[in-house]
Design a protein around this ligand. Structure first.
Ligand SMILES: Cc1cc2nc3c(=O)[nH]c(=O)nc-3n(C[C@H](O)[C@H](O)[C@H](O)COP(=O)(O)OP(=O)(O)OC[C@H]3O[C@@H](n4cnc5c(N)ncnc54)[C@H](O)[C@@H]3O)c2cc1C
Ligand SMILES: *[C@@H]1O[C@H](CO)[C@@H](O)[C@H](O)[C@H]1NC(C)=O
Ligand SMILES: *[C@@H]1O[C@H](CO)[C@@H](O)[C@H](O)[C@H]1NC(C)=O
Length: 477
């Protein structure tokens, strides 16, 4: 380019800045399902030429969605199953032309460290009878309770479709149901007891889901406790080819520029009301200016984001820690005698636990991400535990181990039921998606948070206020 062209080009840009609304430069920090869906929603709102979006990812697109290769096939290592009523994930599946993974019939059992207190039968009718026998009326009550909760949760989809956004997690929950906010301040154990559920169903079924889904116990707040129980519903699904395909394709759709670098500090420039973002990539440093920033990674003390916020009028605090869950994928045979089964045929495929302080939280047989029916069983198992398993422990649990993969996650918040104030807006034009994880951590929750933050940023940028928006809606009605 010769000098003259450069001059004309900058004049053009300058003119554009002068006569038209400025095109915002937006940085999204984190390329998991949260950051990539936020980029997608931003593109949808701002239009194909209405925003410059840079997405920073320190490691790999997908974040806590990832696969591991065992014996030539890929298996889910992180976030695995999706609820059938998770509307955004279902929508993405269609939008991206993906398919649900085929499932194989499998049986589940509840293990207390000595024996199974409950096992599913090959016959659904017998399973139902066994459930009714052990838990009585509470089992129907639990089903109704979860159905009611999901119905309330679905209100968020209408609210967000109408452009409604929320500055805090409790405001977002309140819009679905004020009950949800109360649920955040009572433990699962107390809350379920107050609702008249039997001690046994809480100590067994509810605890088993909490140990498998969140590696925790019924001391977690009742909202996440309820989400966890919903995660034991029928019809759970996953993406054929791997859940990680969703963030990968959303990034593509968003036409955001991927910057493979770790953001180290975000500095506010008060005069210009924009931000300087520093990042490192190997030995190189970069810095760029942005008008808006969306943080799409957890920021608590023990998570690895370690971003410094400089020059802001107040300092930010992110109380709480993330819970450690270790996934161990074993290619081998389950030691069925360990669990008191006579033979492999008799053994269950999914072992959930109903006792604290067991070595493992759950053990389950896996199918590859591209599983097709009639493929038979795979000798691949996933163990969730609080700490890495020792060689001795693994040798007890599995026979003929051919391959072992371990990922030590800071997986989800370590929940309690004390009051918290989690905000989506950290500062004008600085947003934080993962605040929502303190209500409950799940793929769909990150997408709900991403949509909320995309709406917030679009509205503050364009100056569309909530009031105006409600006015419009009233006119439409
Ligand atoms: C073992 C396990 C099992 C789970 N099971 C389920 C399940 O069955 N169903 C379900 O719905 N959910 C499940 N979850 C939860 C679900 O995986 C998460 O809620 C979801 O994937 C979070 O997505 P995210 O984009 O918000 O965060 P992440 O996926 O954590 O993405 C954040 C990204 O930001 C990047 N990053 C961090 N710091 C920086 C920085 N400074 N600069 C640049 N990039 C940075 C990280 O590398 C990461 O890729 C599970 C989670 C785990 C760990
Ligand atoms: C911002 O981050 C870079 C890279 O990590 C670092 O070298 C620099 O000192 C930081 N800047 C400030 C003002 O702290
Ligand atoms: C299997 O489990 C049983 C019961 O815990 C144990 O005695 C045995 O050592 C384990 N391993 C093998 C190889 O059988």
């Amino acid at each position: 380019m010769n000098l003259c062209v450069v001059f004309m080009f900058s004049l053009l840009l300058w003119n554009e800045g002068c006569h038209m609304k400025k095109i915002p430069r937006i940085a999204v920090v984190g390329g998991g399902i949260g950051g990539t869906s936020a980029s997608y929603f931003l593109r949808e709102l701002f239009g194909p030429h209405g925003a410059f979006i840079d997405l920073y990812e320190a490691n790999k697109i997908g974040g806590r969605l990832s696969v591991v290769e065992v014996d030539g096939r890929d298996y889910e290592m992180g976030g695995s199953v999706i609820h059938p009523q998770n509307k955004y994930m279902v929508d993405f599946l269609k939008l991206l032309g993906l398919k649900k993974r085929q499932t194989r019939y499998s049986r589940c059992g509840l293990y207390n460290g000595h024996e199974f207190v409950f096992t599913e039968s090959d016959w659904e009718i017998i399973t139902l009878a066994k459930l009714a026998w052990r838990y009585g009326y509470s089992i129907i009550k639990l089903q109704n309770y979860i159905g009611d909760m999901l119905k309330k949760f679905e209100r968020i989809y209408t609210l967000q479709a109408n452009g409604k956004s929320f500055s805090s997690v409790s405001d977002l929950l309140k819009a679905m149901s004020p009950q949800f906010v109360d649920d955040m301040h009572v433990s699962t154990k107390d809350g379920f007891r107050e609702n008249g559920f039997s001690e046994r169903i809480v100590d067994e079924l509810v605890l088993a889901t909490l140990r498998a889904n969140y590696g925790q116990s019924a001391t977690v707040h009742k909202f996440v406790g309820s989400v966890s129980v919903a995660g034991a519903d029928g019809g759970l699904w996953a993406v054929h080819g791997g859940n990680i395909i969703v963030p990968q394709m959303l990034l593509e759709r968003s036409q955001a520029t991927l910057i493979n670098a770790r953001v180290t500090n975000i500095t506010l420039r008060p005069e210009t009301e924009d931000f300087l973002v520093n990042s490192v990539q190997g030995k190189g440093f970069t810095s760029s200016l942005y008008d808006m920033i969306i943080i799409a990674t957890p920021l608590t003390e023990n998570t690895q984001a370690s971003i410094r916020f400089l020059n802001f009028p107040k300092s930010f605090t992110f109380p709480g820690v993330y819970h450690k869950t270790v996934s161990t994928i074993v290619h081998g045979k389950l030691n069925v005698t360990y669990f008191g089964f006579e033979n492999e045929k008799e053994a269950v495929d999914e072992i959930l636990t109903v006792k604290q302080d067991l070595v493992f939280n759950s053990v389950g047989r896996l199918n590859p991400v591209d599983y097709t029916p009639n493929e038979g069983v795979f000798d691949v198992w996933k163990v969730f535990s609080q700490r890495p398993l020792t060689k001795v422990e693994l040798n007890d649990l599995f026979l003929q181990q051919k391959d072992v993969h371990v990922v030590d996650w800071l997986a989800y918040p370590h929940y309690h039921s004390e009051q918290r104030t989690d905000e989506f807006i950290l500062h004008k034009h600085l947003f934080y998606i993962n605040a929502i994880e303190w209500a409950a951590s799940a793929m769909e929750m990150s997408v709900v948070g991403a949509k909320n933050v995309a709406l917030l940023s679009y509205k503050t940028w364009t100056g569309i206020s909530e009031a105006k928006e409600t006015g419009n809606r009233k006119e439409e009605l």
